[in-house]
Design a protein around this ligand. Structure first.
Ligand code: FAD
Length: 448
């Protein structure tokens, strides 16, 4: 397209990729593949973003913002011919230890924020398991969570200011006051504006951490233990679980010495600055596990704790050995409903030929049921049907579709059941107010 050549001339050939061999690499994320983009723009400044959006508006071409494409809901996948605007080169990062904040552009890789803050005894708590790949821009756009979110909250809880550019090329710098426009952008999945800068709150790193693993015969017993401990007031830093099939998959792939006879594993960290309190809280957790029939192993030192946590981090790579593709759900249900929800999901999966595994951040009731399949031989409509059944189970128990991965394309078909028409109408009005021509990340979040 001749017009795209003019964009390349305006921004320079380093920043605008037009060759098919380059463009084809920008049509996927970690779960889905879409349409090859017309062009890929790699902005280095906010002004580059402004010029790209103004150009796109004049030419009537949709724009898909993109970070590291580690997303699990299809958010960065173009569903129509579009410009992919990948903010990975906007990597300026500055720590202000006095204010305890990080100034982070969207292309900063998440883990870099805590690394840069470490010399000041500070860290950035939101910790998606993908933190060595994902970017701050992607985290903000998905309101990413992580193992620590039960105690520490999610990305949005750490945002003090945002800079973003709307589809008309206007630059906005907003805090959290009045209508909390920053809050509106957080979790908007690239559909309302392109995030170009942020001010993020940092926290002092806790002095002590203690870790345990609980081994259970059944997942329901694990859910009981968690519900009991939280009822008693425990607020562990991390509470992650893996079901039977996850445990076996990890053990077969990495031979970490996990108990393969286990029905479910629970991993818990408690942390804080008072060692007595940290250890007492771990003991509460241990007691709750034992009361629910679990066997507890407390890590003796940091090395053993790291070894226990390796198991959880190994889940994603291990699952790829069972089937090459997965439909990764991200439901959140009230903790008290966990045993019933788990039972119903497992019963639904029995009716389909696909292996299903469960893991996730159980403290928040955030489950990741993963349907494993092979797109070359399996019926992908049946995969979607099972995903829909699981979404319905969550909704029937008062839950929501997504805790942290976003709606994207994958959960968009379920939105009509998740939200009433009035609420969907308000969301559409907001979208129209910020992006009247619907050029920003079309085909995501809102159903037609
Ligand atoms: C193995 C694995 C583990 C994971 N674990 C977790 C986890 O524990 N918690 C969790 O929350 N997620 C997790 N994820 C999902 C994913 O890493 C997060 O959603 C992450 O926030 C995506 O960041 P990204 O930079 O890769 O964004 P992308 O995937 O590139 O984009 C995600 C969305 O953000 C939008 N976007 C990107 N940059 C911008 C920008 N500058 N302005 C506006 N919109 C933008 C895109 O349009 C898209 O809608 C995991 C993924 C994998 C593969």
């Amino acid at each position: 397209m001749a017009a795209l050549e003019s964009l390349r001339q305006a921004l320079g050939p380093r920043k605008v990729l037009l060759d098919l061999a380059d463009r084809i690499l920008y049509r996927y994320d970690a779960i889905d593949t879409g349409v090859t983009p017309l062009a890929v723009v790699l902005p280095e400044t906010t002004q580059d973003v402004v010029e790209t959006l103004r150009f796109a508006q004049r030419a009537g071409i949709p724009v898909v913002p993109r970070g590291s494409a580690s997303g699990l809901s299809g958010g960065a996948v173009p569903v129509t011919e579009a410009i992919v605007l990948a903010t990975n080169r906007m990597t300026r990062l500055k720590i202000d230890p006095e204010r305890r904040v990080a100034y982070a552009q969207p292309g900063v890789v998440t883990a870099r924020v805590s690394e840069a803050a470490a010399p000041y005894g500070l860290y950035y708590p939101p910790d998606p398991a993908s933190y060595r790949q994902s970017t701050i821009g992607g985290n903000l756009a998905e309101n990413a969570g992580g193992p620590q979110c039960f105690k520490k909250g999610v990305t949005g809880d750490y945002v003090l200011e945002l800079e973003f550019v709307t589809a008309d090329g206007a630059v906005h710098r907003v805090g959290r006051e009045a209508y909390d426009i920053a809050g509106l952008l957080i979790g908007s999945e690239g559909t309302l504006g392109v995030i170009t800068d942020s001010v993020l709150r940092l926290e002092p790193r806790p002095r002590y951490t203690r870790t345990l693993m609980g081994v259970f015969a059944e997942l329901e017993a694990l859910a009981e233990a968690v519900a009991r401990a939280v009822r008693q007031g425990a607020v562990p830093a991390k509470m992650e679980f893996m079901d039977r099939r996850c445990v076996r998959a990890v053990e077969e792939a990495f031979a970490l010495g996990l108990p393969t006879e286990a029905g479910a594993l629970l991993l818990v960290d408690t942390d804080g600055d008072d060692l007595e309190v940290v250890e007492e809280e771990l003991e509460w957790m241990a007691e709750a596990c034992r009361a629910a029939g679990g066997v507890v192993r407390v890590a003796r030192d940091a090395a053993e704790a790291a070894e226990l946590w390796r198991a959880r981090r190994a889940v994603s790579p291990a699952l790829g050995r069972i089937r090459p593709q997965r439909m990764n759900e991200d439901i959140v249900v009230p903790r008290s409903k966990l045993p019933a929800v788990v039972r119903e999901i497992l019963a639904a999966a029995e009716r389909y030929p696909f292996p299903l595994v469960l893991f996730g951040h159980i403290g928040d009731g955030n489950l990741h049921p993963n349907i494993l399949y092979d797109p070359r031989v399996d019926d992908t409509r049946a995969v979607m049907e099972l995903a829909h059944e699981i979404a319905r189970i969550a909704l029937q128990h008062g839950g929501v579709l997504s805790g942290e991965h976003g709606i994207g394309t994958m959960k968009r078909p379920f939105m009509r059941e998740a939200l009433d028409e009035t609420t969907l109408g308000v969301l559409r009005d907001l979208k129209r107010a910020l992006d009247p021509e619907g050029l920003l990340n079309p085909g995501k979040v809102l159903p037609d």
